[in-house]
Design a protein around this ligand. Structure first.
Ligand SMILES: NC(=O)C1=CN([C@@H]2O[C@H](COP(=O)(O)OP(=O)(O)OC[C@H]3O[C@@H](n4cnc5c(N)ncnc54)[C@H](O)[C@@H]3O)[C@@H](O)[C@H]2O)[C@H](O)CC1
Ligand code: K
Length: 545
């Protein structure tokens, strides 16, 4: 599934209306109807859910006749002054025709409505749908007994947020802000039109206030801000509804990004998650991964990454580690080959060890550097030697990223020919970019895309809804995963997994996208198998691969 920015959506609207000639009124009609259908779906689910779990001891309920009964529903439509509000007016009409009680609450006097929204206002007036202009603090939403508003006769059972859509700029202002606060305080379920009002449609940042929706009906295309937290968390269940805007983007327009799924991996990246193996495959067919990882206090990171690479299906894996550590990890993973890097007996890395790694790499296909590497004198020269000397696909993670950042970041480093994948978590990304972690998290999609394009690397910005940004600007968002995966070593597993896929001939973007997808899927499966998912260990993810 593709997603777009609000600016792209405005251009898509313009192109559809002005170049293709599809009337804006038709689009608004379809939008309002789609939102109404999602409200009805919500009501039906809620009533069947309550029916499904009747209070204990109540009298037997006669089996409901087929069609749902919405007689008990009273929905309040919060109407903004733009076309989002117009969608809400159309929605109101369709809900009324489905038998729900419907009332309208206008953020601003409806006389300020323009264009199609004004035309829709005239229709709801002709139909006599009750409405009031919002008066802050008069309890119009809270209904009886506190307020004397529209809900005085019958309490509301739900709200439609048609206040602000892709035309919003900045934090909700004035009446919109207090209306959003009252809506959230009412505790009533909210179905948001296009996006929850108060959400930044492009980054997923959440203004104060922002509607907390149970359902968000994204019109025509998924909006970028709905793919990243915290916005994704405020949107509730997101459904994208076709409203008559062609699914093909206007000529020359590239979507802001694509949500990863088995289908998009195959269609977009030519990667088959369940790729069958050739019958005559042999160890050499599937590549050989070299890991430069581990140090005295963190030898496990190297083991996890190496094991994950093998589980990813590479033919062979060699773990280069400081010589003093080697005896202690002998046999830990029998399938793994070990290679000592000169450490002077300290169990730490040093600048000279880069030569050992490059010599080993000559007979191997991929290098992953970073898990458990630690910090050490000569670290920058060590990493630079690998960055420039490794004419192979390279995965850079963890301390290698921190060393890179401490050495001044990639701006001063030469571009690399071979595939290069960096896998920072938000804190490491902050150090790499000089931003604060909060600034990274406020615009994950933009920060990742700009970095990947600027430095010609594949950038994996980890976290819920991991972002994979390609050197050519393509952006993918991963939706697999589980909170239980926020555990030490989970990142080491991902590094090994991506390296293992690179060793099998995938390019940087393919390996990163498939890697994050499988990593999350494995985490879900590992968590599902545990009574308490919080007890998940990184090793469980490897076993689930
Ligand atoms: N254009 C189409 O063909 C379709 C549009 N659809 C819906 O329209 C909205 C976008 O509508 P737009 O008129 O551009 O703006 P909004 O309704 O989102 O904005 C409302 C209005 O509010 C003012 N405003 C902006 N920012 C703020 C703020 N921070 N606080 C208070 N007020 C603000 C400003 O005047 C805006 O104009 C889109 O989301 C769809 O819902 C349909 O999908 C059909 C096709
Ligand atoms: K909205």
């Amino acid at each position: 599934m593709k997603f777009v920015t609000s600016e792209q959506m405005r251009e898509i609207d313009r192109y559809t209306i002005e170049e293709l000639g599809i009337p804006a009124m038709a689009l608004m009609e379809n939008a309002g109807r789609a939102i109404a259908e999602e409200v009805l779906r919500f009501c039906t689910a809620r009533s069947s859910a309550s029916a499904a779990s009747p209070q204990r001891g109540t009298a037997p309920v006669e089996d409901r006749a087929g069609g749902a009964d919405f007689a008990g529903e009273h929905w309040l439509i919060l109407v903004g002054k733009g076309n989002n509000g117009g969608d809400g007016l159309v929605c109101a009409r369709h809900l009324a025709d489905a038998g729900l009680a419907v009332s309208l609450l206008y953020a601003e006097p409806p006389e300020t409505l323009r264009g199609e929204a004004a035309a829709q206002y005239a229709i709801v007036q002709a139909l006599g749908l009750p409405g009031e202009v919002y008066a802050p603090g008069t309890g119009q939403i809270s209904g009886p007994p506190a307020g004397g508003g529209l809900g005085r006769t019958r309490p509301f059972t739900g709200l439609v947020d048609a206040l602000l859509g892709t035309g919003a700029k900045g934090a909700p202002r004035g009446a919109y802000a207090s209306l959003i606060r009252e809506a959230n305080e009412s505790g009533l379920p909210v179905v948001a039109a296009d996006i929850p009002s108060g959400l930044d449609a492009d980054s997923g940042a959440v203004h104060d206030p922002c509607i907390r929706a149970r359902v968000t009906v994204s019109l025509a295309f998924l909006k970028a801000g709905l793919t990243q937290y915290p916005g994704a968390g405020e949107a509730g269940e997101v459904t994208v509804r076709y409203i008559g805007i062609p699914r093909a983007l206007p000529p020359g327009m590239k979507a802001a990004g694509t949500m990863l799924s088995a289908e998009t991996l195959k269609a977009e990246l030519g990667v088959d998650a369940d790729r069958p193996r050739e019958p005559d495959g042999h160890k050499g067919t599937y590549g050989h991964v070299l890991l430069a990882a581990g140090s005295l206090p963190m030898s496990g990171a190297g083991l996890l990454a190496a094991k994950a690479a093998l589980r990813a299906g590479c033919g062979l894996a060699t773990w280069a580690l400081p010589a003093a550590l080697l005896p202690h990890v002998l046999g830990a993973v029998p399938e793994l080959m070990l290679a000592p890097a000169e450490d002077g007996g300290a169990g730490a890395w040093n600048e000279a060890a880069a030569g050992d790694v490059l010599r080993l790499l000559a007979a191997r296909d991929v290098l992953a550097v970073g898990p458990g590497l630690g910090r050490f004198p000569g670290e920058a020269a060590f990493l630079r030697a690998l960055w420039e000397g490794a004419a192979r696909p390279l995965v850079v993670d963890a301390d290698a990223l921190n060393i890179l950042a401490a050495a001044g970041g990639l701006a001063a480093w030469p571009g690399r020919e071979a595939a290069t994948v960096l896998t920072p978590h938000p804190g490491e990304m902050a150090r790499l970019t000089g931003l604060s972690t909060a600034e990274v998290q406020r615009d994950r999609l933009g920060v990742a895309r700009r970095f990947a394009e600027a430095h010609g690397v594949t950038l994996v910005l980890k976290g819920a809804r991991t972002v994979v940004a390609a050197p050519d600007g393509r952006v993918y968002v991963n939706v697999t995963g589980h909170p239980g995966m926020a555990t030490g070593g989970s990142g080491d597993v991902l590094t090994g997994l991506i390296a293992g896929l690179l060793a099998q001939g995938l390019d940087g973007v393919q390996a990163a996208a498939l890697g994050v997808y499988l990593h999350g899927l494995a985490g879900e499966r590992a968590a599902a198998g545990r009574a308490n998912p919080a007890s998940l260990l990184a090793g469980d993810i490897i076993e689930a691969l």
